[in-house]
Design a protein around this ligand. Structure first.
Ligand SMILES: [Zn+2]
Ligand SMILES: [Zn+2]
Length: 148
Protein backbone atom coordinates (compact mmCIF):
# COMPACT_ATOMS: atom_id res chain seq x y z
CA UNK A 1 0.00 0.00 0.00
CA UNK A 2 1.19 3.49 -0.63
CA UNK A 3 -0.25 6.92 -0.26
CA UNK A 4 -1.22 8.56 -3.54
CA UNK A 5 -2.37 11.90 -2.16
CA UNK A 6 -2.21 13.37 1.32
CA UNK A 7 -5.63 14.91 0.82
CA UNK A 8 -8.19 14.83 -1.94
CA UNK A 9 -11.22 16.93 -2.78
CA UNK A 10 -13.66 14.66 -0.97
CA UNK A 11 -14.36 14.65 2.75
CA UNK A 12 -15.13 11.91 5.22
CA UNK A 13 -18.92 11.67 5.68
CA UNK A 14 -18.41 10.94 9.38
CA UNK A 15 -16.04 13.67 10.52
CA UNK A 16 -15.85 15.90 7.41
CA UNK A 17 -12.04 15.86 7.21
CA UNK A 18 -10.44 15.40 3.77
CA UNK A 19 -9.81 11.84 2.67
CA UNK A 20 -6.36 10.42 2.09
CA UNK A 21 -6.07 8.38 -1.11
CA UNK A 22 -4.28 5.05 -0.95
CA UNK A 23 -3.39 2.68 -3.74
CA UNK A 24 -3.85 -0.91 -2.56
CA UNK A 25 -3.03 -3.35 -5.34
CA UNK A 26 -5.32 -2.37 -8.19
CA UNK A 27 -7.69 -0.46 -5.94
CA UNK A 28 -7.81 3.21 -5.07
CA UNK A 29 -9.17 3.75 -1.60
CA UNK A 30 -10.50 6.95 -0.02
CA UNK A 31 -9.68 6.67 3.67
CA UNK A 32 -10.13 8.87 6.72
CA UNK A 33 -7.15 8.64 9.04
CA UNK A 34 -9.07 10.50 11.75
CA UNK A 35 -11.95 8.08 12.25
CA UNK A 36 -10.47 5.04 10.48
CA UNK A 37 -13.31 4.63 7.97
CA UNK A 38 -13.09 4.17 4.24
CA UNK A 39 -15.17 4.73 1.13
CA UNK A 40 -15.02 2.18 -1.67
CA UNK A 41 -16.77 2.38 -5.00
CA UNK A 42 -19.44 -0.29 -5.33
CA UNK A 43 -17.55 -2.38 -7.88
CA UNK A 44 -14.59 -2.53 -5.49
CA UNK A 45 -16.87 -3.44 -2.57
CA UNK A 46 -18.36 -6.26 -4.62
CA UNK A 47 -14.90 -7.47 -5.59
CA UNK A 48 -13.49 -7.33 -2.06
CA UNK A 49 -16.45 -9.22 -0.62
CA UNK A 50 -16.34 -11.94 -3.27
CA UNK A 51 -12.56 -12.42 -3.26
CA UNK A 52 -11.70 -11.43 0.34
CA UNK A 53 -8.87 -9.22 -0.84
CA UNK A 54 -6.35 -9.63 1.97
CA UNK A 55 -4.40 -6.47 1.30
CA UNK A 56 -7.50 -4.30 1.30
CA UNK A 57 -8.95 -5.95 4.39
CA UNK A 58 -5.52 -5.50 5.99
CA UNK A 59 -5.51 -1.79 5.22
CA UNK A 60 -8.99 -1.43 6.71
CA UNK A 61 -7.84 -3.32 9.80
CA UNK A 62 -4.79 -1.08 10.18
CA UNK A 63 -6.88 2.08 9.77
CA UNK A 64 -9.32 0.83 12.40
CA UNK A 65 -6.78 0.14 15.14
CA UNK A 66 -7.91 2.04 18.21
CA UNK A 67 -10.76 3.66 16.27
CA UNK A 68 -14.50 3.23 16.20
CA UNK A 69 -15.39 3.22 19.87
CA UNK A 70 -13.49 6.42 20.53
CA UNK A 71 -15.05 8.84 18.03
CA UNK A 72 -15.17 12.24 19.62
CA UNK A 73 -18.56 13.70 20.40
CA UNK A 74 -19.55 16.55 18.16
CA UNK A 75 -17.42 15.36 15.27
CA UNK A 76 -19.61 12.38 14.63
CA UNK A 77 -22.21 13.04 11.90
CA UNK A 78 -25.42 11.10 12.33
CA UNK A 79 -27.04 11.41 8.94
CA UNK A 80 -24.28 10.62 6.53
CA UNK A 81 -24.08 12.06 3.03
CA UNK A 82 -22.24 10.67 0.04
CA UNK A 83 -18.81 12.31 -0.14
CA UNK A 84 -19.12 12.60 -3.92
CA UNK A 85 -22.70 13.78 -4.53
CA UNK A 86 -23.92 14.82 -1.03
CA UNK A 87 -27.08 12.72 -1.36
CA UNK A 88 -28.05 10.99 1.89
CA UNK A 89 -26.49 7.55 2.19
CA UNK A 90 -28.84 4.57 2.30
CA UNK A 91 -28.51 2.35 5.37
CA UNK A 92 -28.03 -1.31 4.52
CA UNK A 93 -27.94 -3.91 7.26
CA UNK A 94 -25.55 -6.83 7.11
CA UNK A 95 -26.96 -8.98 9.93
CA UNK A 96 -24.30 -11.69 9.52
CA UNK A 97 -21.66 -9.12 10.46
CA UNK A 98 -23.87 -7.12 12.88
CA UNK A 99 -23.03 -4.04 10.91
CA UNK A 100 -25.00 -1.29 9.20
CA UNK A 101 -23.34 0.13 6.11
CA UNK A 102 -24.09 3.39 4.36
CA UNK A 103 -24.37 3.19 0.60
CA UNK A 104 -24.72 5.61 -2.29
CA UNK A 105 -25.97 3.38 -5.10
CA UNK A 106 -24.14 5.55 -7.58
CA UNK A 107 -20.79 6.22 -5.90
CA UNK A 108 -19.92 3.72 -3.27
CA UNK A 109 -20.13 2.28 0.20
CA UNK A 110 -18.96 3.89 3.43
CA UNK A 111 -17.35 1.55 5.95
CA UNK A 112 -16.90 2.95 9.44
CA UNK A 113 -13.76 1.87 11.28
CA UNK A 114 -13.52 -1.92 11.49
CA UNK A 115 -16.69 -2.55 9.48
CA UNK A 116 -14.97 -3.73 6.30
CA UNK A 117 -13.02 -6.53 8.05
CA UNK A 118 -16.20 -7.66 9.83
CA UNK A 119 -18.28 -7.71 6.66
CA UNK A 120 -15.52 -9.33 4.60
CA UNK A 121 -15.13 -12.10 7.19
CA UNK A 122 -18.91 -12.68 7.28
CA UNK A 123 -18.94 -13.05 3.50
CA UNK A 124 -15.96 -15.36 3.60
CA UNK A 125 -17.63 -17.57 6.23
CA UNK A 126 -20.81 -17.74 4.16
CA UNK A 127 -18.89 -18.94 1.06
CA UNK A 128 -21.00 -16.86 -1.27
CA UNK A 129 -24.38 -17.57 0.29
CA UNK A 130 -24.60 -13.93 1.32
CA UNK A 131 -24.38 -12.83 -2.29
CA UNK A 132 -28.13 -12.24 -2.40
CA UNK A 133 -28.51 -10.48 0.93
CA UNK A 134 -29.58 -6.85 1.14
CA UNK A 135 -26.09 -5.54 0.50
CA UNK A 136 -25.59 -7.85 -2.48
CA UNK A 137 -28.87 -6.65 -3.95
CA UNK A 138 -28.02 -3.00 -3.44
CA UNK A 139 -24.60 -3.49 -5.01
CA UNK A 140 -26.09 -5.48 -7.89
CA UNK A 141 -28.58 -2.71 -8.49
CA UNK A 142 -25.78 -0.19 -8.37
CA UNK A 143 -23.69 -2.17 -10.82
CA UNK A 144 -26.57 -2.82 -13.19
CA UNK A 145 -27.29 0.88 -13.31
CA UNK A 146 -23.82 1.31 -14.79
CA UNK A 147 -21.53 4.32 -14.64
CA UNK A 148 -23.23 7.70 -14.71
ZN1 LIG B 1 -13.56 10.41 9.33
ZN1 LIG C 1 -23.11 9.63 -4.31
Amino acid sequence: MYRVAATNQYACPRCLRPFVTYQVGVYLVDACVDCGGLFLDNATTREVLSTFDRSLVGVATTLGIGKGETLQKGVNQRNLSCPKCSVGLQTVEVPAAQVELDVCTEHGTWFDANELPKVARAYKRSRGSLANDALGKVLDGALRAGPA
